[in-house]
Ligand binder design. Structure first.
Ligand SMILES: CC(=O)N[C@H]1[C@@H](OP(=O)(O)OP(=O)(O)OC[C@H]2O[C@@H](n3ccc(=O)[nH]c3=O)[C@H](O)[C@@H]2O)O[C@H](CO)[C@@H](O)[C@@H]1O
Ligand SMILES: C=C(OP(=O)(O)O)C(=O)O
Length: 417
């Protein structure tokens, strides 16, 4: 086990390049097994979740080679081997194996997923979708078993705009007979990325990125080459870190449109933000205004940036209110920030944050973005070394973290616990 050591108080300065998106990568890799021939993914991030996914595919019989930021997946020998335990338990997105294997083999057994457990994360909408397509779904000893004689297109209205359910239904429906319509679909950019890959493989998906997605099933999908979109959450985390340390950072290789909700809030606080074609420059200021933030589904403020934003709001003057309307209980970073001297209380689905100085402390990341929040808090502190344990959770979502931060002038290092 390692911990992240941060001797903060230095403004971040320079340029950071953003890798491909985790939440795309871990949907595109399982999508590849729907093809009959090789799929090549470029701009792949170096993350532990991606490594676990390549392990899952190899266990199923795929030939996977991963070099630099390219992964080649030959799924021709894949079989629907039951995976009730093992690597599927290590990450949330293993639920995509259900849609992908059901689509290709009409059968799958996959253990209930792992990932960040900041609160119960049901998959009832995924199951409702599979059942609507004609699958029988049972939960046996902690694993979901799916089976269908044939998949038939259906109209599916999602009770909540779930990213995972939208992608999972899309995966299975590409191989169903006839037309599937997903209503109240999630609109996150990662959904468009998955639809783009599937369409390059020969699928017929229209409307990804809107609330109605139409999928006309096809008999066969073939290999192709696809480049993954930039990780908007990593980019946003560096934007927030630049502002929190009152630095001046160019975040390069991003799609600025994907970051609009954050950019708007930073500008409202008094942070300088300049958008270029494929990069964003964030220029910190001496004083920040308090703001209220509501985490919502896309294009609203992302829940995955809610915890890092909490740390930035400790640097603003006055009282800010940050509410999460996606995950009402995603506040495991709060007690740890309080340990660092933050004045925050949680009321229902909101954190009430009073600006003030933070102190160095020993803190623990309870989940990936809680870890990112503690890292940002540590970067602002100039009275000693902040120790963040649970760094393996941060590694799920941040590519080259220490190298990137050091290149921006931060004094950070890893230490074995
Ligand atoms: C691997 C991945 O892409 N993870 C992202 C994905 O998670 P994930 O896809 O798991 O999140 P969802 O979009 O499904 O969840 C949104 C909301 O719907 C609820 N819900 C979801 C599914 C369901 O069947 N029933 C149900 O009630 C959830 O409890 C939550 O309140 O989107 C989240 C919301 O943007 C992000 O925080 C995660 O980083
Ligand atoms: C919650 C997250 O990831 P996952 O859904 O993979 O647990 C995240 O990326 O913030």
């Amino acid at each position: 086990m390692e911990k992240l050591m941060i001797s903060g108080g230095r403004p971040l300065r320079g340029t950071v390049s953003i890798s491909g998106a985790k939440n795309s990568a871990i949907a595109l890799i399982p999508a590849a097994i729907l093809a009959e021939s090789e799929v090549v993914l470029d701009n792949l991030p170096h993350l532990s979740d991606v490594a676990v996914y390549s392990e899952i595919l190899e266990e199923l019989g795929a030939r996977v080679s991963w070099e630099d930021s390219q992964m080649r997946i030959d799924p021709s020998d894949v079989k629907s081997i039951p995976m009730p335990n093992g690597p599927v338990k290590k990450l949330r997105a293993s639920y995509y194996m259900m849609g992908a294997l059901l689509g290709r083999f009409k059968e799958a057994t996959i253990g209930l997923p792992g990932g960040c457990n900041f609160e119960p994360r049901p998959i009832d909408q995924h199951i409702k979708g599979f059942e609507a397509l004609g699958a029988t779904v049972t939960n046996e000893h902690g694993a979901i078993h799916l089976h269908a004689k044939e998949l038939r297109g259906a109209k599916i209205y999602l009770d909540v705009s779930s990213v995972g359910a939208t992608i999972n239904i899309m995966l299975a429906a590409t191989r169903a007979k006839g037309l599937t319509i997903i209503e109240n679909a999630a609109k996150e950019p990662e959904i468009i990325d998955v639809a783009t890959l599937l369409n390059s493989m020969g699928a017929s998906i229209k409307g990804a990125g809107t609330e109605t997605i139409r999928i006309e099933g096809v008999n066969e999908l073939k290999g192709c080459r696809h480049s993954i979109i930039p990780d908007r959450i990593q980019a946003g985390t560096y934007m927030i870190a630049a502002a929190a340390t009152r630095g001046d950072v160019i975040i390069d290789g991003v799609i600025p449109k994907h970051l609009e909700a954050l950019t708007a809030k930073l500008l409202e606080m008094g942070v300088g933000v300049e958008e270029l074609d494929e990069s964003i420059r964030v220029i910190g200021a001496a004083k920040y205004e308090h703001v209220d933030v509501k985490a919502l589904v896309y294009p609203g403020f992302p829940t995955d940036m809610q915890s890092p934003m909490t740390s930035l709001l400790t640097q603003a003057e006055g009282v800010s209110v940050l509410s999460d309307f996606v995950y009402s209980n995603r506040f495991k970073h709060v007690p740890e920030l309080v340990r660092m001297g933050a004045k925050i209380r949680v009321e229902g689905r909101s954190a009430i944050i009073e600006g003030g100085r933070l102190n160095a402390a020993k803190v623990k990341a309870a989940d990936l973005r809680a870890g990112a929040a503690l890292m940002i808090a540590g970067l602002t502190v100039d009275d000693g070394v902040t120790e963040v344990s649970g760094v393996e959770l941060i590694d799920r979502g941040y590519d080259n973290l220490v190298t990137n931060l050091r290149a921006l002038g931060a004094d950070v290092w890893r230490q074995v616990e």
